[in-house]
Design a protein around this ligand. Structure first.
Ligand SMILES: *[C@@H]1O[C@H](CO)[C@@H](O)[C@H](O)[C@H]1NC(C)=O
Ligand SMILES: *[C@@H]1O[C@H](CO)[C@@H](O)[C@H](O)[C@H]1NC(C)=O
Ligand SMILES: *[C@@H]1O[C@H](CO)[C@@H](O)[C@H](O)[C@H]1NC(C)=O
Ligand SMILES: *[C@@H]1O[C@H](CO)[C@@H](O)[C@H](O)[C@H]1NC(C)=O
Ligand SMILES: *[C@@H]1O[C@H](CO)[C@@H](O)[C@H](O)[C@H]1NC(C)=O
Ligand SMILES: *[C@@H]1O[C@H](CO)[C@@H](O)[C@H](O)[C@H]1NC(C)=O
Ligand SMILES: *[C@@H]1O[C@H](CO)[C@@H](O)[C@H](O)[C@H]1NC(C)=O
Ligand SMILES: *[C@@H]1O[C@H](CO)[C@@H](O)[C@H](O)[C@H]1NC(C)=O
Ligand SMILES: *[C@@H]1O[C@H](CO)[C@@H](O)[C@H](O)[C@H]1NC(C)=O
Ligand SMILES: *[C@@H]1O[C@H](CO)[C@@H](O)[C@H](O)[C@H]1NC(C)=O
Ligand SMILES: *[C@@H]1O[C@H](CO)[C@@H](O)[C@H](O)[C@H]1NC(C)=O
Ligand SMILES: *[C@@H]1O[C@H](CO)[C@@H](O)[C@H](O)[C@H]1NC(C)=O
Length: 710
């Protein structure tokens, strides 16, 4: 339980007004007393349901009850709760019993049966979680973890009967204009899952804004990406960037890792707008006046997009896929023909449903119009595109709420913030005086007449996007997480139907945050004090072993294959100093005490590499992170002993040589081909290895130190 002591301040504050305070809240009938998790010895999986999978959710690869139970047992281990998992027919004293109940006991906001509901029952004899499906049980396990974290390892006696209000709850990441590695997506799923979000929409193709002033040649070279990598001959040339793409195996890994925590990856391949990557592949398919739009009249366009979908549909383990279809500004009927053709193709080849962004609302009083099939669901994002209630719901279309109330654009935007507008989740209801909680049926936070009834069955839920309008060099991967750090839990509460107030939210999130399983997005490193790691190769350092002593008290001992000189310093010459650490997130001060004898590769020398970044000399002091180089205007003198300090302070990073001035790392973003914008860069500290076989420099290292303060 030691791990949980920090959170004990929240004791007794976790039930109020018949609900458990967690993220999201859960309706709860409070009993007397509490149950300590460390008194539990077994996790019993009801043997009659252990291998059951539930087909009702969005995913096509639902885990069994036993698989969810094993993931839960691993999560308990991270809280130092050691519990034996077994199968059995009933609960025993001191067990957590996982079983399935009757789906007809759980109803969503529209009064429909929900497969995601669960009942949590806690008494002195143990815990029973009864789910409408294995996924329902999984959400119940999140309630158990959260309550244990918030109550110093114990859970109040009582009964929660809890069902999400809406079926689709989650986020969308623009991975088209910025690459994200598979592990980042998997960690994001773990973060979302802890707060009971179930959908991660991944936008897999896009391009930077195709400025009308560009020449045809320049448009054909503009940053445009398709993130799936296939060796299929029909697609040769579509994707030219293998190292920034997902292979089938990687995409499988992303989908199954997310499914293991109840999160479905919902893929989007975008056309006929935002489609420059297809035009760069087959230039004849573009409209001559805007190459980022497909020319649907070209007889090859629809067959080409069908070929693309035919290749990738078998990769996708979800019942719904998104064809994008956002912001097409040419012929409306062409657009509608395109959408229907793709929906037909997707349905006949894979039996999947199609989703589009709200773009051209249906028109019924003009026989010229060919409207989009009613079974294509619509993701509303802006009232200047459509009115979700009058255009879609009243015409029997299902609508997902992605209104730009919660839009974010990475690093900079003329229109949208860089963090989710969290306070609106607590006050965004225009029909409550003073603003009551926002829920997914609220498309318009200002004008209630644009919103359907709360129990409108055609509202699917809410997905909140993050866009990378300014491309790959605007941010490093983790900035997407920081954009959403508070937004995911705040939205998750309301997407579920929870009732947190803004006052309750902040404290709950910070108490829960250190224990969210399956991820370490903040790249934390446990440490006894503010010095995390300290190696010193001064005269006193005489050991002849290869182990490097960490003087911080944390035992992060290192190793080296380098020789040492008489004073003890390491001689870096095609050898390296390794630490057991990889990366440190905000905040930190990393100090390398060293001297360079020769800069062998003056444009590509690597000082330190880490899991998320490398510190380099090119010869300017440089970070390489997220596939991009970020250079300072200065370098360092050679043949001179110095301290190079790298300081990660909030969302900025600085370098300082000895006691000199701090110099900040920044990026020069291109804004729509019109001007450049400068932005701060927050890099994780690289910690794996100093030097290396191909480091490009030789010299001496006198010390390496990492502090948790900046
Ligand atoms: C957990 O408990 C099992 C069985 O009692 C024991 O074998 C194992 O060593 C324990 N693991 C830890 C990490 O305490
Ligand atoms: C629990 O299950 C066992 C068989 O696994 C059975 O013998 C026992 O009677 C059951 N106990 C209760 C209270 O149902
Ligand atoms: C679930 O409940 C319904 C209605 O009460 C009942 O008809 C059905 O048999 C129950 N199913 C199971 C598996 O208990
Ligand atoms: C938290 O739990 C531990 C052991 O389970 C106990 O020693 C400690 O007193 C508890 N702290 C509070 C504030 O209840
Ligand atoms: C679109 O394609 C058609 C058929 O190939 C062609 O006639 C037309 O000029 C193209 N339009 C534009 C704007 O590129
Ligand atoms: C960086 O952090 C500062 C201070 O917290 C904040 O005002 C600013 O908006 C942040 N910048 C970005 C791009 O997130
Ligand atoms: C939110 O509050 C309403 C009204 O008190 C209640 O019916 C509902 O169960 C609560 N929902 C959750 C998830 O706590
Ligand atoms: C992928 O390869 C290109 C070309 O070699 C390189 O510029 C880019 O940095 C690489 N991307 C990553 C994420 O390493
Ligand atoms: C490197 O630094 C020099 C000044 O020392 C500066 O003139 C040059 O522009 C920098 N190079 C890059 C690529 O930033
Ligand atoms: C990092 O430093 C910034 C600026 O001093 C501060 O606002 C922020 O709270 C610190 N963050 C952490 C995680 O300590
Ligand atoms: C960053 O990318 C933009 C394109 O979005 C480009 O215009 C700009 O020059 C790049 N910045 C650097 C420093 O390379
Ligand atoms: C820089 O050096 C590394 C390590 O030798 C090598 O993998 C990489 O290709 C080099 N990059 C360039 C641009 O030369």
């Amino acid at each position: 339980m030691i791990n949980l002591l920090r959170a004990s301040i929240c004791l007794l504050a976790t039930t109020t007004n018949g609900q458990l305070l967690g993220i999201p809240t859960a309706p709860f009938s409070l009993g007397d007393g509490r149950l300590a998790l460390h008194d539990l010895t077994t996790l019993v999986v009801d043997s009659q349901y252990a291998d059951i999978v539930d087909e009702r959710g969005e995913t096509l690869i639902p885990p069994t009850l036993l698989e969810f139970a094993n993931t839960f047992a691993g999560d308990l281990q991270t809280l130092d709760v050691n519990i034996t998992t077994k199968q059995g027919q009933n609960a025993s004293h001191g067990s957590i019993f996982l079983t399935l109940g009757n789906a007809s006991d759980y109803y969503d906001i529209a009064g429909r049966e929900s497969s995601e509901g669960y009942t949590l029952s806690v008494s002195s004899s143990g815990v029973t979680i009864t789910g409408a499906s294995p996924l329902g049980v999984w959400w119940g396990t999140r309630t158990v973890l959260q309550q244990a974290i918030l109550n110093n390892g114990s859970i109040p006696h009582g009964i929660a009967s809890d069902t999400p209000g809406w079926v689709t709850r989650g986020m969308m990441l623009d991975a088209g204009r910025h690459y994200y590695p598979p592990d980042f997506l998997i960690e994001m799923c773990a973060y979302m899952s802890f707060f009971k979000q179930n959908t991660f929409h991944v936008h897999l193709s896009d391009n930077l804004y195709n400025n009308k002033d560009y020449t045809r040649e320049r448009s054909l070279e503009l940053y445009a990406r398709f993130r799936l990598w296939s060796d299929a001959e029909e697609l040769a040339g579509l994707n030219k960037f293998r190292n920034e793409s997902y292979t089938k195996e990687q995409f499988e890994q992303i989908q199954s890792s997310c499914a293991a925590r109840g999160v479905t990856i919902l893929p989007e391949i975008e056309a006929p707008g935002h489609a420059l990557v297809f035009v760069q592949w087959k230039p004849d398919l573009g409209l001559t006046d805007d190459l980022s739009l497909l020319n649907i009249s070209n007889p090859d366009t629809i067959p080409t997009m069908k070929t693309v979908w035919s290749e990738f549909l078998p990769w996708f383990h979800t019942k719904t896929v998104s064809i994008g279809a956002d912001e097409y500004t040419a012929e409306v009927n062409d657009y509608n023909i395109f959408v229907n053709a793709m929906a037909d193709h997707i349905h006949t080849t894979s039996n999947k449903s199609t989703r589009i962004w709200g773009t051209f609302p249906p028109v019924y009083n003009d026989s010229h119009y060919i409207n989009i099939y009613k079974n294509v669901s619509v993701q509303h994002w802006e009232f200047f595109e459509d009115n979700p209630l009058y255009d879609y719901i009243r015409n029997n279309y299902s609508v997902l709420n992605s209104d730009d109330t919660y839009y974010t654009v990475a690093k900079w935007s003329g229109s949208y913030p860089q963090k989710v507008n969290v306070s609106t989740t607590f006050i965004g209801n225009p029909s409550t005086p003073g603003g009551g909680p926002w829920y997914p049926y609220i498309f318009d936070t200002k004008n209630a007449s644009n919103n359907p009834e709360p129990d409108e069955p055609l509202v699917l839920g809410s997905i909140v996007p993050l866009w990378n309008d300014y491309g790959a060099n605007a941010t490093v991967y983790s900035e997407a997480y920081y954009t959403w750090r508070e937004g995911i839990p705040a939205l998750a509460d309301k997407q579920w139907g929870g009732n947190l107030t803004q006052t309750e939210f902040g404290g709950l999130l910070e108490a829960l945050h250190p224990y969210i399983p399956g991820q370490d997005l903040e790249r934390t490193i446990p440490s006894k004090a503010s010095t995390i790691l300290s190696y010193s190769f001064a005269a006193a350092y005489k050991t002849s072993t290869e182990e490097i002593e960490d003087a911080s008290g944390n035992n992060y001992h290192g190793s080296t294959d380098c020789a040492k000189n008489e004073e003890g310093s390491l001689i870096i010459d095609s050898c390296s100093l390794k630490t057991p650490l990889s990366s440190k997130g905000r905040n930190y001060t990393l100090t390398l005490s060293f001297s360079i004898s020769t800069l062998e590769d003056s444009t590509n020398a690597t000082l330190i590499t880490g899991g998320d970044s490398s510190l380099m000399l090119t010869p300017n002091i440089t970070f390489f992170a997220g596939g991009e180089y970020f250079r300072l205007n200065s370098s360092i003198p050679i043949q001179q002993k110095l301290d190079l300090n790298i300081i990660g302070r909030g969302n900025r990073t600085f370098a300082k040589v000895d006691d000199g001035e701090e110099e900040e790392f920044s990026t020069k973003m291109g804004i729509n081909g019109k001007w450049f914008g400068w932005g701060s860069m927050p890099f994780e500290a690289p910690l794996k290895e100093v030097g290396g076989e191909y480091a490009g420099w030789t010299g001496e290292v006198y010390g390496l130190r990492l502090l948790s303060v900046a």
